[in-house]
Design a protein around this ligand. Structure first.
Ligand code: CA
Length: 230
């Protein structure tokens, strides 16, 4: 079945343009004009990806993003934020709210399509029937679940891929650029700082109950998953 994309946008002209380009690329489309409607639609339609405008009436796109991440059924759905804001700080706020990517208006349809394909590819479920373990971490690659000890760890899709990559090579230090290539893909331009944002989120989820930190920051080099230093 064709992937379903939810467009959350209040500007009719932009919705028309997006619908035209996405349908031409083989996607099915469902629309919402504001955040409340978006939260209702996701419950019934289960989209494969959400294009979410930041500036929406009533509830901001950022708040919609946070709410989607809080719900079990939409926790893993890829979200791309559309925004007229181009500030670096805004980008970080968008990613902190749980978005997978961020695109600044005006954008070309070609650029958007490339981002959508990249985000979809990254979130495609792994077909291996394996699990990864490290110390008290357990990652089920089929069920997409992570446990630390007896506790379930809830991760966004980007954090999941980041952790999977680190857990595949325990002890090995990866630079931000290497992580960008492995986790985000080579064809997407993402600033290296984005890696720090997602590492911070990953740490928070993994160490949320004051467990020892399994992620090692190697100053001016990058990150590794490693035995905690005592
Ligand atoms: Ca808008």
């Amino acid at each position: 079945m064709k992937p379903l994309i939810l467009i959350v946008e209040d500007e009719s002209a932009l919705v028309t343009m997006l619908r035209y380009n996405l349908e031409r690329d083989g996607y099915r489309i469902v629309e919402a004009r504001d955040g409340e409607e978006a939260l209702m639609v996701v419950r019934e339609e289960r989209p494969d990806l959400v294009l979410l405008d930041w500036m929406l009436p009533l509830m901001s796109g950022l708040e919609v993003c946070r709410q989607l991440r809080r719900r079990t059924e939409t926790r893993d759905v890829p979200i791309i934020i559309l925004t007229a804001r181009g500030e670096e700080l805004d980008k970080v706020r968008g990613l902190d709210a749980g978005a997978d990517d961020y695109i600044t208006k005006p954008f070309s349809p070609t650029e958007l399509m490339a981002r959508i394909r990249a985000v979809m590819r990254r979130s495609a479920p792994s077909l291996t029937n394996e699990a990864l373990t490290f110390e008290d971490l357990f990652m089920d690659l089929v069920a997409h679940r992570v446990r630390r000890g007896e506790r379930d760890v809830h991760l966004g899709p980007t954090e999941f891929r980041l952790l999977r990559h680190l857990m595949q090579y325990p002890g090995r230090v990866f630079s931000r650029e290497q992580l960008l290539d492995a986790v985000w893909g080579r064809d997407v331009y993402v600033e290296p700082r984005t890696v720090d944002v997602h590492i911070r989120r990953l740490r928070k989820a993994l160490n949320g109950h004051s467990e020892p930190d399994l992620i090692r920051t190697v100053r001016s080099a990058g990150y590794a998953i490693d035995r905690p230093a005592f």
